[in-house]
Design a binder for this molecule. Structure first.
Ligand code: ZN
Length: 467
């Protein structure tokens, strides 16, 4: 029997990593994600890999988000030289995200080293460097959706559209183990079928074993229409209050959805603000990649794009202003009202959004809109949980801004969508819940039991099962 090891995103939402070893000695790594969130979790990114990187035959990535791909440069620095498989748009987005991540690692290490050296301590090394990242990117091997490909001896991979972000995939793996073929399906991050840009997640009906994500295993998202009305009301209120609207957002996925909605409001005359700043170099570049893959969008949106001759995000939302340079970004600080500012990072642990926090947080006319999940241990989560002050750029600042959380914009499937997706499998495969906080997994486990009479496992970190 082949072996499957649960190495990461087990009882937590980040650090996705699974190892498949066949009896013939073939080793395939599924995902190489970074741990994000609490300090302690981020420190685990530096722990040695629990396998020999040089001994792997192939690496398979489901999508470009860093919690699925972010440790690839480290894997390569540790000796991996084989191919890294992903869809074509995922390959392009990984370049963007991994180089940005390397830059952050280098800057953080530089800052910490300066601080340590003043105390007579030795400097620290970055988790990985731009050079490591370039080496990893050189190993990318794009695959289309729907075509099986042998990634290593006896291991075939087929990607299916997961509808989560551009190029995201459900991974179907057929593992030939001596005379036996076993089929493993990894859901990856499953998209929310309300997403305006992406297709619905593909459904599969055959597997021996399924790994199902459970980020929102405990609940359904609010209805999309209600969420849009809520956002429109917030924008109206902010306009009346006279302040700015800050939206911390992930550069890839969430931002493109938001720009789509704001464009629709603009076209419907429901956008009272005069300007929308996209203050994220990475999101600006991601927009350009999205624009090149219109053919992979949901049909209805493709029709809208063609009807309006949309080539770039600015054609869709004419008051959009992209601010790639630091000078342009700092110039936004002079604007005290009438602007929507979209900036990273999505969980407010760094990036340009924290600079805008410094200038707007303490103002009661400012509205702060969280369009998605905030992981434990992040500044975003602390604010959502009601912190009255927050430490921003080494200063403690009062949080007087009006804080809103929008539940309906998630790029993840909610509980009912997860149940619906899994119910398409005809013979009940063995089911393991991954990529979720433990309470959410337990809620999903219970719903699976009650509604589908299906017993799902919650694996332990490091657990191994026969495939
Ligand atoms: Zn994701």
């Amino acid at each position: 029997m082949a072996l499957l090891s649960f190495l990461g995103a087990i009882r937590q939402v980040t650090g996705s990593c699974y190892l498949i070893e066949s009896r013939d000695g073939v080793r395939v790594l599924l995902e190489c994600g970074m741990h994000q969130g609490r300090r302690q979790e981020e420190d685990s990114n530096r722990a040695p890999f629990p396998f020999e990187p040089a001994g792997l035959d192939a690496v398979i990535i489901s999508h470009a988000h860093l919690d699925h791909s972010g440790l690839l440069p480290r894997l390569v620095a540790a000796g991996y030289r084989g191919p890294i498989f992903a869809t074509q748009p995922c390959c392009e987005l990984m370049e963007l995200m991994l180089l940005d991540s390397a830059h952050i690692q280098e800057k953080d290490a530089e800052w910490e080293s300066t601080w340590r050296m003043r105390q007579g301590k030795p400097p620290v090394k970055p988790l990985y460097t731009t050079k490591d990242t370039e080496k990893a990117l050189a190993l990318r091997h794009p695959l289309p959706y729907g075509k099986p490909h042998e990634v290593a001896k006896g291991v075939r991979v087929t990607y299916h559209d997961a509808g989560h972000i551009l190029g995201s995939a459900i991974v179907e793996l057929e593992v030939q183990d001596q005379q036996l073929t076993r089929r493993l399906v990894f859901s990856g991050d499953l998209g929310n079928s309300c997403s305006p840009l992406m297709c619905d997640p593909a459904t599969l009906d055959r597997a021996d074993l399924v790994l199902l994500e459970s980020t929102y295993g405990d609940r359904d998202h609010r209805n999309n229409g209600e969420t849009l009305d809520e956002l429109a009301a917030i924008l109206q209120q902010a306009h009346q209050d006279g302040g700015n609207v800050l939206i911390p957002s992930f550069a890839v996925g969430r931002t493109q959805d938001l720009l789509y909605y704001l464009g629709r409001f603009y076209q419907e005359g429901r956008l009272p603000q005069q300007v929308v700043f996209l203050d994220s170099p990475m999101a600006i570049r991601a927009n350009a990649i999205y624009a090149r893959y219109h053919a992979q969008f949901d049909r209805a949106h493709q029709a809208e794009i063609e009807a309006r001759h949309v080539r770039r995000a600015e054609d869709w939302l004419p008051i959009l202003r992209c601010t790639p340079t630091p000078d342009e970004s700092m110039a936004i600080n002079r604007i005290k009202s009438g602007a929507i500012i979209i900036a990273g990072s999505g969980m407010c642990n760094g990036g340009r959004i924290v600079h805008h926090f410094k200038h707007n947080f303490w103002r009661s006319d400012c509205h702060l809109v969280f369009p998605g999940f905030q992981a434990r241990g992040t500044l975003g989560r602390a604010i959502v949980d009601g912190a009255t002050t927050a430490k921003v750029l080494h200063q403690r600042i009062a949080v007087k801004a009006q804080v809103h959380t929008l539940g309906g914009f998630s790029a993840h499937a909610g509980q009912s969508q997860l149940l619906d997706w899994i119910s398409h499998f005809s013979q009940r495969p063995e089911l393991y819940l991954v990529h979720g906080e433990l309470e959410k997994m337990q809620a999903l486990q219970q719903a699976l039991h009650e509604r589908l009479q299906w017993a799902a496992h919650i694996p332990e970190p490091g657990q191994q099962v026969a495939l």
